[in-house]
Design a binder for this molecule. Structure first.
Ligand SMILES: Nc1ncnc2c1ncn2[C@@H]1O[C@H](COP(=O)(O)OP(=O)(O)OP(=O)(O)O)[C@@H](O)[C@H]1O
Ligand SMILES: [Mg+2]
Length: 291
């Protein structure tokens, strides 16, 4: 009994990192995940937080382009044992760190246990330095995305007002909820035709989630359709830096501010800090899920 309790305490201590892992995902592709990941990271960083982005879109990694930086090495070099974490990290705007994604990484299921442990240890070092780890994923419900989603502290699901995007958002919520009904899931309605439109879109999704899978989802925020987003991507300067007074940038800043407020309230209300899993906890869980 005593031994078992000690073991559990040790396990909890191991996962109780200060780094909260937020996975950004969507059912449908091209809805604005990467743009949100990059700009939310910068907005949090501007509020005094240490933030890292992991580009978890291993097929079409492009967070570096949106951040206006160039990644020479990426996670594949780390996995292959060619580079250390400090060598693959890219220092982006406002102190945001990027762990670039790369394609052709062998399935975790095909790696030896020792190798997986090595990668977890290497990336786990970052837990000491960051408050938030934002993981941008590819669209859809691949095994990889699901493992990221189920291992996170919380998930942001991005949808646009289009019915196809909403249906696919519900699809991913259903699958995640099946895997872990306790997982906090919040929605970002992107490319909305104003706040009222965004609220209506959220309510439609909220009702479907409650009715069919008995899941309460939260509203993280609404970002209006704004041509400045596409201009910012073309100029490779994140919108919250290049066009901070644009509608989309203001909305993303509001998401960051509301999010930090909500986190503080949770901590005050429950008088205990969140049991964040950090990088190490996230990767341990992923490895277990994928095996
Ligand atoms: N709020 C917005 N207003 C107008 N256009 C937007 C907005 N958000 C995103 N976009 C457009 O959507 C495109 C896709 O954005 P982004 O690359 O961030 O999506 P994604 O979900 O990461 O895509 P993928 O699934 O391919 O990874 C951008 O090129 C941009 O032009
Ligand atoms: Mg993307």
């Amino acid at each position: 009994m005593e031994d078992q309790a000690r073991g559990l305490r040790q396990l909890a201590a191991q996962f109780n990192s200060k780094a909260r892992t937020i996975v950004i995902t969507s059912g449908k592709g091209g809805v604005g995940k990467t743009s949100l990941a990059v700009n939310l990271a910068i907005a949090l960083s501007e509020r005094g937080k240490q933030v890292a982005i992991l580009d978890g879109d291993l097929g079409l990694a492009n967070a570096d382009l949106l951040m206006g930086v160039r990644a020479t090495y990426n996670i594949k070099h780390l996995v292959d044992g060619q580079k250390r974490v400090s060598e693959i990290i890219v220092h982006g705007p406002k102190g945001v760190k990027l762990i670039p994604g790369g394609s052709g990484i062998p399935e975790i299921t095909n790696m030896s246990e020792i190798r997986v442990k090595g990668i977890i240890e290497a990336l786990g070092v970052l837990d000491q330095y960051v408050d938030f780890l934002i993981i941008d994923t590819g669209a859809g419900i691949s095994k990889q995305v699901l493992a990221f989603a189920l291992a996170a502290d919380e998930i942001l699901v991005v949808t646009t007002p289009e019915p196809t995007s909403l249906a696919d958002a519900y699809g991913i919520i259903k699958v995640v909820n099946n895997g872990n009904p306790q997982m906090p899931i919040n929605i970002v309605v992107n490319q909305a035709d104003g706040i009222e439109d965004g609220k209506r879109v959220f309510e439609r999704l909220e009702i479907v989630c409650q009715r069919f899978v008995n899941k309460n989802v939260g509203l993280a925020g609404i970002i209006p359709f704004d041509y400045n987003v596409s201009k910012a991507i073309r100029s490779q300067e994140p919108i919250v830096i290049g066009q901070p007074t644009s509608k989309a940038a203001l909305a993303i800043n509001r998401i960051a501010a509301d999010y930090l407020n909500a986190l503080e309230k949770v901590e005050i209300n429950t008088n205990q800090s969140q049991n964040s899993k950090g990088f190490k906890g996230l990767l341990e869980r992923m490895a277990r899920l994928l095996r």
